[in-house]
Design a protein. Sequence first.
Length: 235
Amino acid sequence: MKFLQEEYEGTCKGCALGKNVKKPFARSDTIYKGVLDLIHLDVCGPMAVKSLGGHQYYVTFIDDFLRKTWLYLLNNKDEVFKKFQDLKNEMENLTERKITTLRSDNDGEYTSKELIYFCKEEWIKREIIVPYNPEQNGTVDERKSRTIEEFVRAMLHDQDLPQFIWGRGMYDNCLLVEPKSSRDSQQHESKRSIYKKEAKCGSSSNISVSCVYSYTQGQEREVGSYQSKGHICWV
């Protein structure tokens, strides 16, 4: 129809607003070749249930080279800067290297004046990703929070534990879940050195699992909670 062609010539407004689909990010080819060259920073929360210590948030720091995760529980987001300082001091003393780049999204806890000033003073480059686009942070950080929370949820329901134990479960995840296999001998030796210098964790060699049940998927749960994702069915 002629009047429609005159009004919607070119891009269709309805299609542009109703069918707009985000294209995937191209995979980055950048490879960091040393410990602390790049640290991924991510904060999650608030949780629906406070932890045993009254925490509602947690922050993860992931070394891009080692694929190692450090996790801290938080009462509020204002503690992120202090935890970053603690991690920086500890890891730079252990490795005798400096943090080169800090990557995070553009939320307020990452753009505070004290953090910006601190990074400038310490010559730390800050990389800011687009909000609500965690995939831009690469494969390292994209799924880590989901992996941790699913580990905790599985542990709580396997042992019938209360939800406020989630904080302890997250610490256990970082101790028990080994980072991905080394890409080269340099990374392997760096990883061994870090683990030797840090506190030794308990062995998980005696852990065993047996299952005689079938499980069905449940409805969507409340965001931030550790309720079951399914239901147990006897086989």
